[in-house]
Design a protein around this ligand. Structure first.
Ligand code: R5P
Length: 343
């Protein structure tokens, strides 16, 4: 029996049906698969491990007295294909550094391949210079992860899809839109009543993707940031009067974009406003302002662990990306199509 039997493998017939294996092939991948996690989102990592029906690898993460992160891989990974789950959220610098150190440890322990699974990719907001003498942190982080030794990246709803190109290794930028779309389809809202709204110009591709999945109309809000984390609205382009609006974004940080967007939609005559975002950062008083807004319901995913206050939000529903991440890992391991998951 191959060591890869610890993840359910497509049968020979299934594989041949998918057209990636000649009819007489008995080829089986030979590398063992291992799943490790950092400390930024243990719940999500465990849910992915449950989906894959494999245990999480043993690793020790602690700190030296001088606050440096100390890690040790506590099982053999020689020759293995290793997936490390670590969204770079929470204490972003620590999460990132922990990921880099774990990749380095795995590389030096002779892992065959290291795939960094980063459901939320931090430092993505500065993905281009908007004025002189600014850094491009999304590129810097891509360089750090690659230099540490990652061979592949799995991430989700990158702040800007072009960040994929900052890596010279394969990147799978998954989308939560099919899962979010399914949630709204189950509400059976008449499609002529529904409008998907992008809260800014940067989110148009994401919002049109959701609108297509819901067969709905589309609108856009224009915003301006006079300085980081401050916001000026704006205007709405599109017919939203008397409609049920779904505002969709990649992340909610201070909540300013969403709350001002919702208020603007209500002011322009929207009947009802729902909102969805992949990454629930909920910085500062985001929970409070969202709870007090005219929002009916907020959908987020579990790429980032929620604070106690966020967990108590009456308007909040969390959809898990664990099955999507787990299935992507399984398909990556068996060299099966990942894009099929989105068509
Ligand atoms: C901006 O381009 C992003 O897509 C989000 O709209 C933004 O980062 C959300 O931030 P905040 O919640 O602080 O307004």
């Amino acid at each position: 029996m191959s060591e890869t039997d610890d993840i359910s493998m497509p049968s020979l017939a299934e594989s041949q049906n998918m057209g990636f294996m000649p009819l007489d092939s008995v080829f089986q991948p030979t590398h063992q698969v291992k799943l490790f996690r950092g400390s930024s989102n243990p719940e999500l990592a465990q849910a992915v491990a449950n989906y894959l029906k494999i245990p999480l690898g043993k690793a020790m993460v602690t700190t030296f007295a001088n606050n440096e992160i100390r890690e040790k891989i506590e099982e053999n990974v020689r020759g293995a294909r290793v997936f490390v789950i670590q969204p770079t959220c929470g204490r972003v610098n620590d999460s990132l550094m922990e990921l880099l150190i774990m990749i380095d440890a795995l590389k030096r322990a002779s892992a065959h391949q290291i795939c960094a699974v980063i459901p939320y990719y931090g430092y993505a907001k500065q993905e281009k210079k908007t004025s002189g003498r600014e850094p491009i942190t999304a590129k810097l982080v891509a360089n750090l992860i690659t230099t540490a030794g990652a061979n592949r990246i799995i991430t989700c709803d990158l702040h800007a899809a072009a960040i994929q190109g900052f890596f010279d290794i394969p990147v799978d930028n998954l989308s939560a839109m099919p899962i979010i779309a399914e949630h709204y389809l189950n509400k059976h809202i008449p499609r002529e009543e529904l409008v998907v709204v992008s809260p800014d110009a940067g989110g148009v591709a994401r919002a049109t993707n959701l609108a297509e999945r819901l067969h709905s109309k589309f609108a856009i809000i224009f915003k301006r940031r006079p300085e980081p984390d401050k916001l000026d609205i704006i205007d709405v382009v599109g017919d939203i009067k008397g409609k049920t609006c779904i505002v969709v974004d990649d992340m909610i940080s201070t909540g300013g974009t969403l709350v001002k967007g919702i208020e603007t939609l209500v002011k322009h005559g929207a009947k009802r406003v729902y909102a969805a975002a992949t990454h629930a950062i909920f910085a500062g008083n985001a929970v409070e302002i969202l709870e007090n807004s005219p929002l009916e319901e907020l959908i987020v995913t579990d790429t980032i662990p929620l604070s106690e206050a966020a967990r108590k939000m009456t308007k909040l529903k969390v959809l898990s990306l664990a099955p999507l991440l787990g299935e992507t890992i399984r398909r990556t391991h068996f060299n099966l199509s990942v894009s099929e998951l989105f068509t």
